[in-house]
Design a protein around this ligand. Structure first.
Ligand SMILES: NC(=O)C1=CN([C@@H]2O[C@H](COP(=O)(O)OP(=O)(O)OC[C@H]3O[C@@H](n4cnc5c(N)ncnc54)[C@H](OP(=O)(O)O)[C@@H]3O)[C@@H](O)[C@H]2O)C=CC1
Ligand SMILES: CC(C)(CO)C(=O)C(=O)O
Length: 333
């Protein structure tokens, strides 16, 4: 199949490189200048697996404005939620009615934005229990052994067609262990609940997934968040993919067995002083609850804590910059 990955960050590269290695034609489109320039200069991206076996994988990478190919079967969107709107505007010149869309971004908000550019029957969304880190421009680390992760996916219309089945086959060959469901919202919300626990708490305490899951009180904390989230989803009429207990089991399995040493992607944003996706994860649950007169108080409190941490980090960075400037001036006197 022919793919264009829009968003050649950690996950975009993981999907694109593995689909390419499985025999597909893949192009990448990204807007982060140091990263795109580095990949162009190197003639590809340096890939490691659990920080070993570094090797250069050739990739075709473009800025949105220079990309004109309209011949793709599937556009794969992997951006941070807050980058998507702008990227869609910058890429719309290569969209057409024939292309399918696949996205496994965390949080909620992306589907509504994609629906402004693509027909419902072309949209396939899912979730990826696959951990990946962009170490810096032109350099990505695939966490976990080949085939260790898994993903769920569903058509927006909940009616799989031939292209969907073909896509599932390609994702299988690329070792993503795809599971096709016919429950769109339930599939996406399972991951929102997962991330609302693991990403948020690991980020706040700056700990790896196993460090959270091995705390004696973790199950109780996780269940409190799962219960609130499930109450919200049930009020909204969403048929959840897992039971509450299965959701807890999934959190424990992924955190203790599949990716114990991973710092979730939200932590990676926080530690590099970038805004996090918390408003699209815990914040989404809070807003959905409010729509039905329900207050998801624990999720609301956690979202505040993440924003407080973002605020403090930014304030500290400003003070440090100011101090450095003053030190330089003092030296010049
Ligand atoms: N990573 C993971 O393990 C998983 C991620 N996801 C989801 O997939 C989607 C895409 O996420 P992901 O692939 O992780 O994100 P990306 O790797 O795409 O994020 C990269 C973006 O971060 C910014 N950035 C700035 N400086 C740096 C730096 N030094 N190193 C790395 N990035 C920098 C750039 O945007 P800018 O210049 O605008 O700041 C860049 O475009 C999200 O919804 C995420 O939640 C889902 C499952 C797992
Ligand atoms: C890999 C995983 C599942 C860990 O929570 C993830 O979604 C992330 O890092 O954002």
């Amino acid at each position: 199949m022919k793919f264009t990955v829009v968003g050649a960050g950690a996950m975009g590269l993981r999907y694109g490189v593995l689909l390419q290695e499985a025999g597909n034609e893949v192009d990448f489109v990204d807007a982060w200048q140091p990263h795109v320039d580095k990949m162009k200069e190197q003639g590809g991206v340096y890939v490691t697996r659990d920080h070993e076996n570094e090797h250069l994988v050739p990739v075709n990478v473009y800025y949105p404005e220079e990309y004109t190919n309209q011949d793709q079967d599937v556009l794969v969107f992997f951006l941070k939620q807050m980058q998507l709107e702008d990227m869609l505007k910058r890429c719309k010149h290569f969209f057409n009615d024939k292309q399918y869309v696949l996205t496994c971004m965390n949080g909620m908000g992306h589907v509504e934005k994609l629906l402004q550019y693509f027909k419902p029957e072309k949209i396939i969304a899912g979730t990826a229990l696959v951990a990946t880190i962009l170490d810096g421009p032109g350099k990505v680390d695939f966490v976990g052994k080949p085939g260790a992760g898994s993903m769920n996916m569903a058509n927006y219309t909940e009616k799989p067609d031939d292209v969907t089945y073909k896509l599932v086959e390609e994702l299988k060959k690329a070792n993503f262990n795809p599971n096709l469901t016919t429950n769109f919202k339930g599939t996406l919300m399972a991951k929102v609940v997962f991330n609302s626990v693991v990403n948020t708490l690991c980020t706040l305490f700056e700990i790896k997934m196993v460090e959270y899951a091995s705390y004696a009180g973790a199950d109780e904390m996780s269940m409190q968040l799962i219960n609130e989230a499930y109450d919200v989803c049930e009020l909204d009429g969403i048929k959840m993919l897992n039971t509450r207990q299965e959701e807890l089991d999934s959190i424990n399995y992924v955190s203790k067995v599949a990716n114990p040493l991973h710092y979730p992607s939200m932590y990676q944003d926080m530690s590099k002083n970038r805004p996090t996706e918390v408003d699209y994860i815990n914040g989404y649950l809070v807003s959905l609850g409010k729509k039905h007169g329900y207050e998801a108080k624990t999720h609301e409190f956690l979202a505040h804590l993440v924003h407080l941490a973002e605020h403090n980090r930014q304030a500290k960075t400003k003070i440090n910059k100011l101090n450095t400037k003053m030190e330089k001036r003092a030296v010049n006197f």
